[in-house]
Design a protein around this ligand. Structure first.
Ligand SMILES: NC(=O)c1ccc[n+]([C@@H]2O[C@H](COP(=O)([O-])OP(=O)(O)OC[C@H]3O[C@@H](n4cnc5c(N)ncnc54)[C@H](O)[C@@H]3O)[C@@H](O)[C@H]2O)c1
Length: 331
């Protein structure tokens, strides 16, 4: 029976079709799963969803009523999945627990270097045949301090690159990663990391305890010339408070691949619509801010691994096998 895949980007479609091959028939939709689109899944036992899909109670109820028994999410974070409702409805929900951490860590570095060395502004200038350097001065990162909040797979990959740049490493996590300690990372309390780091990067998951991890007080404790990078989840930063600090002229650079109100915006073309989100509209006007739309994972390697894992998750479901990717049922 056909699998319905929501939120499929054009580049991703051939990878999905090739990975399922003749094992399963798959239909790809570019629309994202939400309350409006959930009824399309009626009659599909298995649906596959993308980052930012709405897996709230209302949507899961509609899916279940239409006969959906399994949701194969093509992403890692599951902060947007109502696991209790899925369990109550007797659904299986699987995610992709591992794919290239280098995709995200390398992108976080791309943001860090772009804001530090004003690459986007420089490119806009040279296209206009303006070859002045005024306003483009950055800083060497060699010998400066990188603070990594969340030293799991992606944080470790980021730290390895920072080590290659010759940076000092500070880390903060509930569990120390010995591989990071071997690189010379010193684990310190969050406040100390924020106060001492030239470059701060976020790699913890979004959970109740980490929501607005970077709140007004945390932002105040950072150096005025710090660089802040978020390629994890938008909800880790209080964006309104960040805008307040940016208005006061603080921070050498801020690179955001994620934004707390990105659902319904990111991955879509909104260029011809009136902007409704004043916070985002203000954010993109600052010369020291770079916003990208949740593309850190978007490499051939990572997307290929995500798609392969999704095929395995579907086959496991069909054959009654359980893997570490299964979120629901819980045991
Ligand atoms: N922008 C993107 O395209 C993209 C892609 C993939 C992942 N991500 C985000 O990156 C995050 C990190 O991914 P990962 O693969 O490195 O995960 P991981 O599980 O390997 O690492 C997460 C780290 O956070 C730590 N942590 C968990 N809860 C914490 C808490 N309350 N306080 C402090 N530390 C805590 C864990 O101990 C772990 O070391 C994901 O949760 C996801 O939100 C973003």
């Amino acid at each position: 029976m056909e699998i319905l895949a929501f939120g499929v980007q054009a580049d991703e479609k051939p990878l999905i079709e090739r990975a399922f091959g003749d094992q399963e028939e798959v239909r790809c939709l570019d629309v994202f799963l939400n309350e409006d689109t959930a009824p399309i899944a009626a009659g599909h036992e298995i649906v596959s969803t993308s980052v930012n899909a709405d897996h709230g109670a209302a949507v899961l109820e509609v899916l279940a009523a239409g006969g959906t028994r399994m949701v194969a999410q093509r992403s890692t974070g599951f902060n947007n999945v109502d696991l209790d409702t899925a369990e109550r409805l007797g659904m299986t929900v699987a995610r992709v627990s591992y794919y290239s951490p280098y995709s995200v860590a390398e992108f976080a570095w791309a943001l860090a270097m772009a804001v530090n060395r004003r690459i986007v502004r420089a490119s806009i200038r040279t296209r206009d045949f303006d070859f002045r350097l005024d306003g483009l001065m950055g800083r060497d990162l060699h010998g400066r301090t990188a603070g990594v909040l969340g030293t799991g797979k992606i944080g470790e990959a980021f730290a390895r690159i920072a080590h290659g740049f010759g940076m000092r490493l500070l880390g903060w996590d509930v569990a120390e990663n010995p591989a990071c300690a071997e690189l010379g990372m010193r684990y310190v309390p969050k406040d100390e990391l924020l106060a001492r780091s030239d470059l701060i990067t976020l790699h913890v998951p979004l959970m109740a305890e980490t929501r607005h991890l970077i709140d007004a007080a945390a932002l105040k404790s950072m150096r005025d010339d710090a660089i802040l990078i978020n390629s994890s989840r938008g909800g880790l930063i209080d964006t309104a408070a960040l805008v307040g600090e940016l208005r006061a002229g603080r921070f050498a650079g801020v690179g955001l691949d994620v934004y707390e109100a990105e659902a319904g915006l990111f991955f879509l073309d909104k260029s011809l619509e009136a902007v409704e989100d004043d916070t985002l509209a203000r954010l993109v006007t600052f010369p020291n801010v770079l916003v990208t739309s949740h593309q850190a994972y978007y490499t051939e390697d990572a997307v290929g691994q995500i798609v392969d894992a999704t095929v395995r998750n579907v086959l496991d479901y069909r054959e009654g096998r359980r893997s570490e990717n299964v979120l629901v049922p819980r045991s």
